[in-house]
Design a binder for this molecule. Sequence first.
Ligand code: XUL
Ligand code: MN
Length: 346
Amino acid sequence: MAKQQQYKFCFGPWNISEGQDPYGPTTRPVQTFDWKLEQLKKLGFDAMMFHDDDAVPDIDGKSAAQLRKEAKELKQKLDDAGVAAEMVAPRLWFSPNTIDGAYTSNDPKCRQYAIDRSLRCIDIAGYLDTDLVVLWLAREGTYMREAKNGQRSVELLVQALDKMLAHNRKIRISIEPKPNEPMDHAYIPTIGHALAIAQLTCDAKRVGCLIESAHAILAGLDPADEIDFAMAFGKLWSLHLNDQNGLKFDQDKPFGSANLRVAFNQVRALERNGYGKDGQYVCFDVHPFRTTKVEHWLAHLTNSKRTFMQLLRKARTFDEKTANQLIADRDYAALDQMVIEHLMGK
Ligand code: XUL
Ligand code: MN
């Protein structure tokens, strides 16, 4: 029997969030980074993912030497806790310089800011000993399409990617697509777009992707198909499992919370493609409900991992032989019921 994959798990400090939404303030007090790291360790997670300013707060005002010092102190803290840094992502959507987008801003000074910030993010990744840089291209899109030239935006995105690839020849870039929010329409809405733009860069083999379940659902796609597609190219280097109840705001629900069968199919796709065999992590980009009390603050993370492990058991005990017979007989009604009953525990 083939050796079974032992999955490694990860989340980010922003996943222990305080409950603010566009209509109301926080509902839980802010906790320190050290406390969050301690919880991650206690819950048995293996790695933490970072935005550049999760790693070095107030990054824009700091010198290169200060950046290095603080990132190295963080690395020591992670080493002491036995926790790896999975990736670092530049937060390109907060600054006054990224109001009109980052790499695709219409203002050349703002575009330069975005590139400089990304190069600093790459330096932080180096100090934290990860070769993975994630790009969620939050504001690369428009509120109205006449505001930007889409073809020019593709050129600008490729130029920015090329500068990052040249800055450090060891890093790999995982693009995390999302079709909307905060923009009306994003330029890189799906995995197909991410892998296509990779081909236009100077080193396509170092540009891959990250799939977030909720983002795929927002694009009207099945995240399991996105996983199969990305892995057919050998380019799924990270993963944000969560859930999303249809076409609403980005919900970041616990994994499996809205649609257990869609979650089951994601786990099956990961299993059949050997996700994790090159060290990739299963990350949960999930948030507590706004109503969550402080004493239940970590439940969305433990629940997501529990659900993943139970679905893994379901994927591994799925009766493939019977399923294949039903497929050969084109009896998809029976296959459908077989899946439902397997998930219900019969
Ligand atoms: C936004 C999102 C981000 C990225 C990291 O929807 O998922 O948290 O995962 O920048
Ligand atoms: Mn995400």
